[in-house]
Design a binder for this molecule. Structure first.
Ligand SMILES: [Zn+2]
Length: 287
């Protein structure tokens, strides 16, 4: 049987860049602590809008290939060695924003059979046997079809894995507490004149914002802020960083959160708020 570290974390994301934006500090922290960190990305983001003018000729499969290179560079910055594409390279394609024609492409993740895709993820779960799963909420954080589908696949896989022999003790959704978001945007407004970005986003543009009392877990990523920023910078087609802020292709400045927040939706919390995703797991499952 494969040798596995005592603590194992699985993250499921829709596109390259989502992992660094949402969980970069968390991934860097646990990788540095010797935790087995496994990232499963569902698509290569072939329909993402490209920021640098000199790279705008990249579209479709070519853009996907380029973004795999960006993901590889980002994982190097975070110290994460195990990153995979759901079902293997090219299995599922980016569905584009909700309501566009690409949503109907049979190759798109949006059109994927959730059970079949979940069974592909179960294979990873049985191999890695994670104690913690991190993914999006049912709305995918902000309604992007691939994020919604990644949520469905991850949650279904966690269910199917139980019968297949591995129950993931703790499942989390990515969150941002309303108060922290409001405070960060107030700072952004004050700092905006000195930034290379013309306009600010609003709290409504941030995925997963909820009332503070929904937050069960706060990961202080201060020590890994530089790694997170570097990982985000590696996704150069998608993100422009000016710490502690960044923009996506809409060019609206947003705060770069180095404290990352989670809502525990399955399993027993340690204390509340937890400062560790593995809190309360008194005896790590033997490998
Ligand atoms: Zn995404």
């Amino acid at each position: 049987m494969t040798e596995l570290p005592d603590r194992r974390l699985l993250l499921v994301h829709a596109h390259p860049d989502d992992e660094s934006i949402n969980n970069g500090a968390t991934m860097a922290r646990y990788a540095a602590e010797g935790v087995r960190v496994t990232l499963v990305t569902c698509t290569l983001g072939e329909h993402g809008e490209v920021i640098p003018p000199e790279l705008r000729h990249l579209t479709g499969t070519e853009l996907g290939e380029h973004r795999l290179g960006e993901l590889t560079a980002a994982m190097r910055e975070l110290g994460v060695e195990d990153f995979r594409l759901l079902g293997g390279r090219g299995r599922y394609e980016d569905s584009g924003m909700m309501g566009i024609a690409d949503n109907d492409d049979p190759a798109s993740l949006w059109q994927a059979d959730v059970d079949r895709a979940a069974r592909e993820l179960v294979e990873v779960i049985l191999e890695v046997r994670p104690q913690v799963l991190v993914t999006y909420d049912p709305d995918g954080g902000y309604g992007h079809p691939d994020h919604i589908q990644a949520h469905r696949i991850a949650m279904r896989a966690a269910e199917l894995a139980v019968d297949a022999g591995w129950e993931i003790p703790k499942v989390y959704w990515n969150r941002v507490p309303r108060t922290a978001a409001d405070e960060a945007f107030a700072r952004l407004q004050a700092d905006l004149p000195g930034l290379p970005f013309g306009k600010a986003a609003t709290v409504a543009d941030v995925p997963g914002v909820v009332a503070d009392d929904r937050i069960t877990t706060v990961i202080d990523g201060t020590a890994h802020a530089a790694a997170k920023a570097a990982a985000m910078r590696a996704h150069a087609t998608q993100i422009e960083v000016a710490e502690p802020y960044f923009v996506l292709s809409n060019e609206l400045a947003q705060p770069l959160f180095t404290t990352e927040y989670y809502e525990l939706v399955r399993g027993e919390p340690g204390s509340r708020p937890e400062s560790d995703l593995f809190a309360g797991l008194t005896s790590p499952e033997a490998s």
